[in-house]
Design a protein. Structure first.
Length: 114
């Protein structure tokens, strides 16, 4: 299964399925057992749809639901872009630094530094 479908309808379906699965896990176990990493893909999937507000809400949920989670570098890069797009430059700069510390190669590649 590709983590990022191209068809907007399939992206929406994937988001709904991931959100439904995570809600079900929370109800069933009292917490999350997301070994598949769905929590890391929700924000980036919202960005693929062009739904920056949905992405920001998803990232805020992630921060509340998983305060001790180190996150995933690509997720953090998308989080940076979402914050930048809504004009929150200060937090976007912080999130970019956090992205750098998770995997500096992603930021270097983005900036064309080889």
């Amino acid at each position: 299964m590709s983590p990022f479908p191209r068809d907007p309808k399939k992206i929406r379906e994937r988001i709904k399925r991931y959100e439904r699965d995570l809600v079900s896990e929370k109800r069933r176990f009292g917490g999350y057992d997301d070994s598949a990493g769905k929590r890391y893909l929700l924000g980036p999937l919202y960005l693929l749809l062009g739904d920056v507000d949905g992405a920001c809400k998803s990232f805020a949920w992630f921060q509340r639901a998983f305060p001790d989670d180190m996150g995933e570098p690509f997720q953090y890069l998308c989080w940076t872009l979402a914050l930048h797009q809504v004009g929150d430059r200060r937090n976007a700069a912080r999130k970019l630094a956090q992205t750098w510390f998770r995997n500096h190669f992603i930021v270097e590649r983005l900036l064309g530094i080889e």
